[in-house]
Design a binder for this molecule. Sequence first.
Ligand code: FES
Length: 165
Amino acid sequence: MSEVAEKVQEQEVDLTGANQVIDKYLDMHGALMPVLQEIQEVYGYIPEPTVHLVAERLNVYTSQIYGVLTFYAQFHLEPRGKYIVRVCMGTACHVKGAGRIADTLKERLGIGHAETTEDLKFTAEYVACIGACGMAPVIMVNDATYGSLSVQKMDDVIQKYMKMD
Ligand code: FES
């Protein structure tokens, strides 16, 4: 577990949101997936105490829940940043300098692939082609795409998000 995750998990998790999600699905069969999806919407990830809560209230084994959580890439067991910075490492981006873009991100924010800043503002992810090869090298910050990046442009993008709440 990362340092950020450990720090967050040391704090007590307020289970009110998870309980409200479970309440909605209590009498439904096959509710595990939607319950986990909604819990992730509430917390931004699946905190460990919510796994035990779901197990107890839906009467399923924790091993079954972890099986689902680890099978589907959409679930995250560690806290993630408010801004997810996806750096494309596909062939076109690689050729046009994706490595330099990833290095710039690491220099400015101190995070590499699958890492999150301590203030929970940014998470970096290196991903395969995101379908914008004509604009290589490309990153996405949440749903926004930034292409034809130079180190300077990458810096500008990062600065912009650093100034945002
Ligand atoms: S390789 Fe980066 S968008 Fe396709």
